[in-house]
Design a protein around this ligand. Structure first.
Ligand SMILES: *[C@@H]1O[C@H](CO)[C@@H](O)[C@H](O)[C@H]1NC(C)=O
Ligand SMILES: *[C@@H]1O[C@H](CO)[C@@H](O)[C@H](O)[C@H]1NC(C)=O
Ligand SMILES: *[C@@H]1O[C@H](CO)[C@@H](O)[C@H](O)[C@H]1NC(C)=O
Ligand SMILES: *[C@@H]1O[C@H](CO)[C@@H](O)[C@H](O)[C@H]1NC(C)=O
Ligand SMILES: *[C@@H]1O[C@H](CO)[C@@H](O)[C@H](O)[C@H]1NC(C)=O
Length: 358
């Protein structure tokens, strides 16, 4: 195996197998005694004729310092036993948060219990052993299919895992940052949403981002969506008086095969409401003492405006009612006068007819 693992006096063995420990170069036939951690209590085992110790079906509890002594109690040999598994396949994934950076990371599918080394073929993918990832800066050849080979090596063997990918399909920005949702004073159906580019995305005209904004009244199943190239939008069709959930995500605008970022955490916001505590922002988590107090100081103003409006409305209403009643009275009076006149005319004509000779 690799030299790093050949630490003198350490023996590596596979779990669940039979492990044979030789008693140094002890001459055959001499009876020997084995100890584990200075105790004569040993796991399930047998000793061969040449004094080797065969540990059967070893589990983790068989690890430790093994020493063999001759029949006079003289130490002949000692070895430290470590048990584990050879490497298995890795599960590898690569993240491409912008055009200048690729990070591939991996997880073991088999827990080996042993120290391991990794090397990666996708050059120059600089391996960070402890965190199990490697980084490529300024990758070239975006459209070609790359093959990444990661080899895990430990004292019991090695295993190589292959993944194939195209960088442009893996491009996935980090989510937008500093997302803010605000009421628009005087507009009970509008919301203003703004955000910043992800800080890992270069602020450069050559790399435009497309944003998707989704929102819905809390409790609704259906999202409404807006797309934007700017870093703010106004929602015009919010449901008045309801708290809304708002989220934003981003994608490279040019490369249609790239991936959307994750959604930003949910933001809660209620549109402006004239009569109520209205300038309060609903964030997750809700707090904002000072904003609540500014909201309250605005309240009396709006109430006064409301009262004045009511008085004007009442006066107008009374004037309309009065006018209507007066006109009705006038109409009725006119009609009666006309009928009176008509009856008189009928009488005179009847009298005239009767007096005519037949
Ligand atoms: C371990 O040794 C025992 C007894 O000698 C034998 O029956 C068994 O098959 C061996 N197991 C392995 C995995 O070699
Ligand atoms: C095992 O052996 C090593 C090296 O000889 C020694 O440092 C360590 O203390 C020993 N451990 C036990 C539990 O005896
Ligand atoms: C022997 O010592 C090692 C530490 O060196 C420990 O991990 C192991 O559990 C010990 N084994 C026994 C059987 O006490
Ligand atoms: C990685 O390690 C394996 C096993 O030790 C070796 O065969 C392979 O050539 C190494 N690859 C690179 C790129 O160093
Ligand atoms: C690309 O992303 C990496 C990882 O988040 C970051 O370290 C690097 O600064 C970013 N590059 C640019 C140009 O923003």
């Amino acid at each position: 195996m690799l030299s790093v693992f050949a630490v003198s006096g350490v023996r590596y063995g596979r779990l669940d197998s039979n492990v044979t420990l030789a008693c140094g170069k002890s001459p055959t036939g001499i009876p020997v005694v084995w100890h584990l951690n200075r105790s004569s209590a040993l796991p399930w085992h047998r000793v061969t004729s040449d004094g080797s110790l065969v540990l059967l079906q070893v589990d983790q509890s068989a690890q430790g310092n093994y020493s063999c002594y001759d029949d006079r109690g003289l130490l002949l040999h000692s070895v430290r036993l470590r048990l584990g598994h050879p490497p298995g396949l890795l599960s590898i994934s690569c993240q491409v948060p912008n055009h200048t950076h690729v990070r591939c990371s991996w997880l073991e599918s088999v827990k080996t219990f042993l120290p391991a080394e990794y090397n990666a073929s996708f050059r120059p993918c600089i391996v960070d052993f402890s965190r199990k990832h490697c980084d490529v800066d300024h990758p070239a050849f975006w459209q070609t299919i790359h093959t990444l080979r990661v080899t895990e090596t430990n004292a019991l063997g090695f295993e190589t895992t292959y993944v194939r990918f195209q960088l442009h399909k893996l491009l996935k920005p980090d989510p937008p940052e500093s997302v803010l949702a605000q009421q628009l004073e005087g507009y009970p159906k509008r919301l203003n949403v703004s955000w910043n580019f992800p800080s890992s995305w270069p602020l450069h005209d050559a790399f435009p981002l497309m944003f998707q904004i989704r929102y819905r009244p809390q409790g609704s199943m259906y999202w409404s969506e807006i797309y934007s190239e700017d870093s703010s939008v106004v929602i015009f069709d919010a449901l008045a008086g309801h708290i809304h959930q708002v989220q934003v995500r981003a994608r490279d605008e040019v490369n249609s095969e790239s991936q959307w970022s994750e959604w930003t955490p949910q933001l809660l916001i209620r549109p402006w409401e004239g009569q109520e505590d209205n300038t309060k922002y609903y964030f997750f988590p809700v707090n904002t003492e000072p904003e609540t107090s500014t909201g309250k100081s605005h309240n009396p103003v709006h109430e006064d405006e409301g009262n004045l409006g009511l008085v004007i409305l009442l006066v107008l209403f009374s004037v309309v009612i009065l006018t209507t009643v007066l006109s009705l009275v006038f109409v009725v009076w006119m009609r009666q006068r006309r009928r009176h006149h008509a009856t008189k005319q009928e009488l005179t004509s009847m009298v005239k007819m009767k007096s005519m000779p037949i």
